[in-house]
Write a protein that binds this ligand. Structure first.
Ligand SMILES: Cc1cc2nc3c(=O)[nH]c(=O)nc-3n(C[C@H](O)[C@H](O)[C@H](O)COP(=O)(O)OP(=O)(O)OC[C@H]3O[C@@H](n4cnc5c(N)ncnc54)[C@H](O)[C@@H]3O)c2cc1C
Length: 477
């Protein structure tokens, strides 16, 4: 384990979202001074942006343990029914605002403070000698210009929601995307509320295949019931909709399963114009100012689109840590060690085994990315995962290795495998997808995978066998 600068400097936390604030609570519990930098003008700025969305995890999964203890010491009352599903706005107002404004934290969060870059005092990325003893330096942009802050360690919990993926299946903005930006929104706009006027009575294209796309489509379906003329078009890259529709009643989070079920019902009822296998190649305006959306692979074209909602996921901002020594997975942009646990190409069950500081560490001692950002481009991050990451990293920062390594996390399964759904469901004990999380072999992704490895096979075959490059430390030969 690497040393960190042994000074009285605080730990800097980037982002006052649910995981950044949880990290602050764990650090305080461990007796470490902490300074949180939040780009927004108030806590949990990303959740504020999609406040209308009802979360699919109930309150009991959404409150961090150290944060709960801190709040309860100050007289906070938890929600009466912790089995209820809050909206993002309710989570923010009833839990995150009280936490950020608590006696313990209020002086330690700086708002309107966007961290631009992180390095080490007097040591650039190339220089090795003295590196681990040099304090971190954060450059942050505030109302008074760019300032610097020194820290003994840095926890980056800045999320990914601020960097939505573009429309192109190749990961780049397609020709026409920038030019037609006025007719495109990213993420989860408030279709039934603040943005209603933009979508009511329009022909709207939703692009994407995750929970955000499902939420947008369901909101548009409700709008279509209320406002005649609202037409819903849905384009997905893949052909097989089973994964999109989710695990239904097998999902450990019933509301998440229900989202997919509702989408399935809308699709089967023909209330959506569905285009599968449709990778967008180009967007062009027609004479009436509507959009034509062209397939990248064939002559297909979706005509007459008035608005596009791109629910195509998000990616981490890697610029922040450009000057630090990072070991990132080549395609997910998570840490290398975390990638095999969360890669949607390989991972079958949507169940992520517990992980903590070891999987999250980089060659740059004392720097960790946690929360939604830790997953890089992989979807399906859950707050509960981030809370356990925060607990483990805080323990590691004070050298309590027993606690840091004792990662415990029970995540609800999605009940969905990446391929071979029917076979997996049939073979899995108890009907759970692939049998659920592995029992003993921590490198396995599920029981089926564990059994296959025990029998000498390379794995369960749930996903395509894409070899991940092994990190090498030798310099020659
Ligand atoms: C629509 C939607 C629904 C979701 N539903 C659920 C659910 O039901 N259950 C669940 O467990 N998870 C859910 N998630 C996933 C995940 O738990 C949330 O995204 C969660 O908010 C992640 O927390 P975080 O603290 O890691 O990041 P964020 O909530 O994204 O917070 C990051 C914070 O960092 C700030 N920031 C960003 N860049 C900088 C910078 N350079 N300097 C300073 N501050 C910065 C941002 O303003 C923001 O406040 C959902 C996600 C989305 C998008």
């Amino acid at each position: 384990m690497h040393p960190t600068p042994s000074t009285a400097l605080p730990v800097a936390v980037i982002g006052a979202g649910p995981v950044g604030l949880a990290a602050a609570a764990h650090l305080l519990q461990r007796g470490l001074p902490v300074q949180v930098f939040e780009a927004g003008s108030s806590p949990a700025a990303h959740l504020q942006g999609y406040g209308h969305v009802r979360l699919f995890s109930p309150w009991r999964f959404n409150i961090d343990r150290a944060a709960r203890a801190l709040l309860q010491r100050e007289g906070w009352q938890p929600p009466a029914d912790e089995g209820a599903l809050p909206t993002a706005a309710e989570l923010r107002e009833q839990y995150l605002l009280p936490l950020a404004h608590s006696e313990a934290l209020r002086q330690r969060v700086q708002y309107g403070a966007r961290v631009l870059a992180i390095s080490r005092r007097g040591v650039d990325k190339v220089k090795t000698r003295g590196r681990e003893q040099a304090p971190f330096v954060l450059q942050w942009q505030g109302a008074e210009g760019v300032q610097e802050f020194e820290a003994r360690a840095v926890i980056d919990a800045s999320g990914t929601w601020g960097q939505p993926n573009p429309l192109g299946a190749h990961g780049l903005p397609v020709p026409g995307e920038r030019e037609q930006a006025a007719q495109i929104q990213y993420g989860m706009p408030d279709i039934l509320g603040a943005e209603r006027g933009r979508y009511a009575g329009r022909r709207v294209l939703v692009v994407g295949a995750g929970h955000s796309a499902a939420g947008n489509l369901i909101a548009l379906a409700q709008l279509a019931e209320e406002v005649p003329g609202t037409a819903i078009v849905w384009a997905v890259r893949g052909q097989d909709l089973r994964r999109l529709f989710g695990g239904g009643s097998k999902d450990g989070l019933p509301a998440r399963g229900a989202l997919g079920e509702r989408l399935r019902a809308l699709t089967e009822a023909g209330r959506l114009e569905l285009h599968t296998g449709f990778a967008i190649g180009r967007i062009s305006p027609d004479e009436a100012g509507r959009l034509q959306v062209h397939s990248a692979h064939d002559a297909r074209r979706i005509e007459g689109i008035e608005q596009i909602v791109a629910a195509t996921g998000a990616r981490p901002n890697l610029e922040l840590a450009r000057e630090l020594r990072m070991r990132l997975d080549p395609w997910l942009e998570s840490t290398e060690a975390l990638a095999p646990l969360i890669d949607p190409n390989e991972h079958s069950c949507g169940t992520v085994r517990p992980h903590g500081h070891r999987e999250l560490q980089h060659p740059e001692a004392g720097f960790y990315a946690i929360g939604a950002k830790s997953y890089g481009r992989a979807p399906n991050f859950l707050m509960a995962t981030g809370y356990e990451q925060a607990r483990s990293v805080a323990a590691a920062l004070v050298g309590d290795w027993a606690a840091a390594d004792d990662v415990q996390l029970e995540l609800p399964e999605t009940g969905v495998c990446s391929v071979d759904f029917a076979a997996a469901a049939d073979q899995a004990p108890g009907g759970a997808c692939c049998g659920g999380p592995p029992v003993q072999n921590a490198s396995a992704c599920c029981v089926k995978d564990e059994d296959a490895k025990a029998a000498g096979a390379t794995g369960c075959g749930c996903g395509p066998a894409v070899a991940r490059p092994k990190a090498t430390s030798a310099c020659c030969g």
